[in-house]
Structure formats: structure tokens, C-alpha cells
Design a protein around this ligand. Structure first.
Ligand code: UDX
Ligand code: ADP
Length: 456
């Protein structure tokens, strides 16, 4: 492979780790990551990276300052690089047409215009952010609206990494997907990007497709994953009524090789920046094509997710004598999953807000996410933030597990029990604790989708 100058616009959860992996695997490439947020760039250039991701510090250290650079100079970045990844945020629109459903493309469009404005030579522009289908078409139209006769080829290369395992996923992806126009130039651009990934990904895992299939595949992959969680969460509600055990059901069902065992853990609901946003995007797309039944079908995945969170609160209320007012409740974990400090769309946000509404006093503990939790719950009174889980639980009436951090399984629950108000309750929203052991210590234990273990 010949030398390449690669730029990524957007130094977030996707752009940062992905470019660090490309730089590490392709020492002959020079990789620059730019962002409008100077604080973020300063953090990428420091020993305190802006995101927590296992293995990321080491990965960045390998290349930073050699062939990996973080900068705020977007204009220079665009001028000097031939391949431009676009990895800016595309949140759900909060205003106007499609509010609450469609993607807000303002950051993305601004970036397209910047690329057009600053380019002096041909570019391959690669959509990395998850975008509605046909966004590449809009990107092409903006890029080709200039009168400077510069050639722009637009590719779609959705990122499938999951947070908490980003480095592993990037190093050993199930597949890399590259969508392009099926023209001579489109296929050539696709080949250039495929050659970069082929430096470390086996060729048979580098899939190519037309550009619309690529854009849609990302939405559909996330919708399928989220659908599995809503399916098992719906079953957890039925298990609680029938004394079945959702973990046993998931194991029995998942051992069917046609179904598989992954993404079968009942929980307080899925969070993260992608699942809800992408399904809403899919729903909006279906509605805009008049596919009402298809839109309703996918929308139910989100409704079950909301229902699961509200069900959890109602379970707490019912167990704790129908009042939470004045009771102290420790939330164990605030991140949307373990091994990340990210709290975007974390079910813990909803649970905390509902507890505050019920006038409970909330104590939040999390090994990585306290800074984000403070921001998410800012303006709410009656919330405290405590790093040490033992101190967080002391004096509480209940603890509720929000995130499946491994450290919570290794805690001394006798010590925790001794420091709490009685009767002491555990609500395990992730089914990670040893429920029988906690019950034998004296806790009243409410797992998800399993019969509760109580002393009443
Ligand atoms: C997801 C996709 O997995 C990834 O491919 C895509 O690129 C981005 O979106 P991410 O959101 O980082 O990744 O994490 P993921 O591991 O998918 O978990 C999402 C949510 O589902 C978390 O809140 C997690 O706790 C929850 N979950 C996951 C369950 O509740 N049960 C499960 O069995 C699995
Ligand atoms: P993701 O999870 O998709 O990576 P993030 O929100 O973590 O999303 O990252 C997106 C990044 O894009 C943010 O750091 C944001 O500052 C940056 N960004 C948004 N708009 C622009 C822009 N016009 N130019 C450069 N960076 C941008």
C-alpha cells in the first residue's frame, strides 16, 4: 500500500479510537484527527484521554506524535489530506420537522461545507457517523455544488465497534463494510479504503456493497441487536409473573444455534448513543416512505425498553411499601454499560430522575462515570455522588444495580448490609450479584425476571 494522508473530522468515541487503530496498523500512513472542541483535542494530546476505553491509552501512545496527530486546525487538515473520515455527532433532532425521531444533520452538513470550502485537490470522503439512508447523496450534492471542479468520491464505512470493547472490536472486527457508488471512480475509491483495512483485517471480512445498503446495514444491525434485548426484557416481565427464571429461559433458548446466546441478558434496558437514535432513525425513514406497519414494528423495540425502565421503578415502589419518599437509595453504576464512562441514554438517568420524583434521596456511585452523571443530573436536588461503593451504600434503605461493573460482584455484601437501614433491599437491574448469598446475609433481593428472595 502506498503512503496515505488520512484525516478524521470529529474526535469522539468513534473517531478517536478508530484513527488510533489505523495509525497503529498502518505506520506508512499519517493520520490526523481534528475537532471543533479545543478541550477535547487537548485531552487527546495529554495523558488523560477524553474517553475511558480499555487498552486505548496504550494504543494511542504507540503512534501519537509519530503518525497520529490531534489538532483543531480543520482547514489545514482538509487541505493536506486525501482521505477524510467524517465522524461528527448526529444526535436525534430536538426541534422542527422530525423532532424526536430524525437525525439532526446540522454538524454533519457544516462539515460537508467545510470540506468543499477548504479543498484544493481531489478527496475521498468517508461517512463514519451513523446516518440516515441517502445521506451520502446529500453529501455528494453539497460537495459537487462548488465551481472548483474538484473530484469528491463519497463512501459509507459504518463503524460497528461497541464501547468498552472498542479496541478489541477495531483490532478484530467481525466485518468491515464499505459502500460506494458502483461507478468506476466509486469502485476505485472503495478499493483504496479496503487496502487500508487489509493491513490487518483478513480480506474475506472486508465486505463491499452499494452505498445505500451500507448506510442501511448499520441501522438494521443496531435495530436487530436492540430488538433481542427488548425481546428478552419482555420475557423477563412474564417470568416475574410465572415464577420462571429469565436466565434459565435465555440459556435454553440461546443454545439453539439458529438463535445464539449473545445479547440475551435481561436488563433495566439498553442505553448508549446508538440503539435508540438509530431505531428512531429507522422508524422515521419507514414513516416517510409510508411503511406504517414496519415503522410501528421497530418502534415497539423502544417502547418495551421504556416500559422495562418504568417497570423497574414500579417494582421498587411495590417492594418498599409503596413509598420511596425520604428513603436513601444507592445506584450502583451510572454508565450505560460496564467498562465505559459514557452515560448517553443510560437507563440510570431515567431511574434516577424517577426516584427523585418519588422524593427519594439518590446516591450515585460508578468507577468511571461520576463526572457525566453529575452533568446528566445537574439541577436536581437530593443527589450525591460517591466514589466508594461502601460509603455510597452506608445508611441507605436500598441499593439498585444499574451497570454490570465486575467490581460489584466482588464486594463484601455483609459489610454493606451491616451499614444499611433495615429492612435492606437489593434491586439487581443487571442480574450480576449472587442473589442467594445476599438473601442469606439478610437482604430482600429483587432480581430481574426471577422470583424475589424476601424475608417477609
Ligand atoms: C452498539 C453496537 O453493539 C455496536 O455494534 C454499534 O457500533 C454501536 O452500538 P454500544 O452501544 O457501545 O454498541 O454497546 P452494546 O454492547 O451494544 O450495549 C448497548 C446496550 O445494551 C447497553 O446498555 C447494554 O448494557 C445493553 N445490553 C446489551 C443489554 O441490556 N443486554 C444484553 O444482553 C446486551
Ligand atoms: P460519536 O460517538 O459518534 O463518536 P461524539 O459525540 O463522541 O460522537 O463525537 C463527535 C465529535 O465531533 C465531538 O467531539 C464534536 O466536538 C465533534 N464535532 C461536531 N461538529 C464538528 C465539526 N463541524 N467539525 C469538527 N468536529 C466536530
Amino acid at each position: 500500500m502506498t503512503e496515505k494522508n488520512i484525516l478524521c473530522i470529529g474526535a469522539g468515541y468513534v473517531g478517536g479510537p478508530t484513527m488510533a487503530m489505523i495509525a497503529a496498523k498502518c505506520p506508512q500512513c499519517r493520520v490526523t484527527v481534528v475537532d471543533i472542541d479545543p478541550e477535547r483535542i487537548a485531552a487527546w494530546n495529554s495523558d488523560n484521554l477524553p474517553i475511558y476505553e480499555p487498552g486505548l491509552d496504550e494504543l494511542v501512545r504507540v503512534s501519537r506524535g509519530k503518525n497520529l496527530f490531534f489538532s483543531t486546525d480543520i482547514e489545514r487538515g482538509i487541505r493536506e489530506n486525501d482521505l477524510i473520515f467524517v465522524s461528527v455527532n448526529t444526535p436525534t433532532k430536538s426541534f422542527g420537522l422530525g423532532a424526536g425521531l430524525a437525525a439532526d444533520l446540522q454538524y454533519w452538513e457544516k462539515t460537508a461545507r467545510q470540506i468543499l470550502g477548504f479543498s484544493k485537490s481531489a478527496k475521498i470522503v468517508i461517512e463514519k457517523s451513523t446516518l440516515p439512508v441517502k445521506t451520502a447523496l446529500a453529501m455528494e450534492r453539497i460537495l459537487n455544488s462548488g465551481d472548483n471542479a474538484i473530484r469528491f468520491d463519497v463512501l459509507s464505512n459504518p463503524e460497528f465497534l461497541a464501547e468498552g470493547s472498542a479496541v478489541r472490536d477495531l483490532e478484530n472486527p467481525d466485518r468491515v463494510l464499505i459502500g460506494s457508488r458502483e461507478t468506476e471512480e466509486g469502485l476505485r475509491a472503495r478499493g483504496i479504503l479496503a487496502d487500508i483495512f487489509a493491513q490487518w483485517v483478513p480480506r474475506e471480512r472486508i465486505l463491499t456493497s452499494n452505498i445505500w445498503s451500507s448506510e442501511l446495514s448499520k441501522l438494521v444491525a443496531n435495530a436487530f441487536l436492540a430488538q433481542r434485548i427488548s425481546s428478552i426484557n419482555a420475557v423477563s416481565a412474564l417470568c416475574e409473573k410465572t415464577e420462571a427464571n429469565v436466565v434459565e429461559v435465555a440459556r435454553a433458548v440461546g443454545m439453539d444455534s439458529r438463535i445464539g446466546s449473545k445479547f440475551m441478558n435481561a436488563s433495566i434496558g439498553f442505553g448508549g448513543s446508538c440503539f435508540k437514535k438509530d431505531i428512531l432513525n429507522l422508524v422515521y425513514l419507514c414513516r416517510s416512505y409510508g411503511l406504517t406497519e414496519v415503522a410501528d414494528y421497530w418502534e415497539m423495540v423502544i417502547r418495551i425498553n421504556d416500559y422495562q425502565q418504568e417497570r423497574f421503578i414500579q417494582g421498587m415502589l411495590g417492594a418498599m411499601f409503596n413509598t420511596l419518599a425520604g428513603k436513601k437509595i444507592a445506584l450502583f453504576g451510572f454508565a450505560f454499560k460496564a467498562d465505559t464512562g459514557d452515560t448517553r441514554e443510560s437507563p440510570a438517568i431515567y431511574i434516577a430522575r424517577r426516584l427523585i420524583e418519588e422524593r427519594a434521596l439518590v446516591v450515585v456511585t460508578d468507577p468511571q462515570a461520576l463526572k457525566n452523571a453529575r452533568r446528566d443530573l445537574s439541577g436536581n436536588e437530593g443527589v450525591s455522588y460517591v466514589e466508594d461503593p461502601y460509603s455510597a451504600a452506608a445508611g441507605c434503605h436500598a441499593l439498585a444495580v444499574m451497570t454490570e461493573w465486575g467490581i460489584y460482584q466482588a464486594l463484601d455484601f455483609q459489610r454493606i448490609y451491616d451499614s444499611m437501614e433495615k429492612p435492606a433491599f437489593i434491586f439487581d437491574g443487571r442480574n450480576i450479584l449472587d442473589h442467594r448469598a445476599c438473601f442469606e446475609i439478610g437482604f430482600n433481593v429483587y432480581p430481574l425476571g426471577k422470583p424475589p428472595l424476601t424475608h417477609f
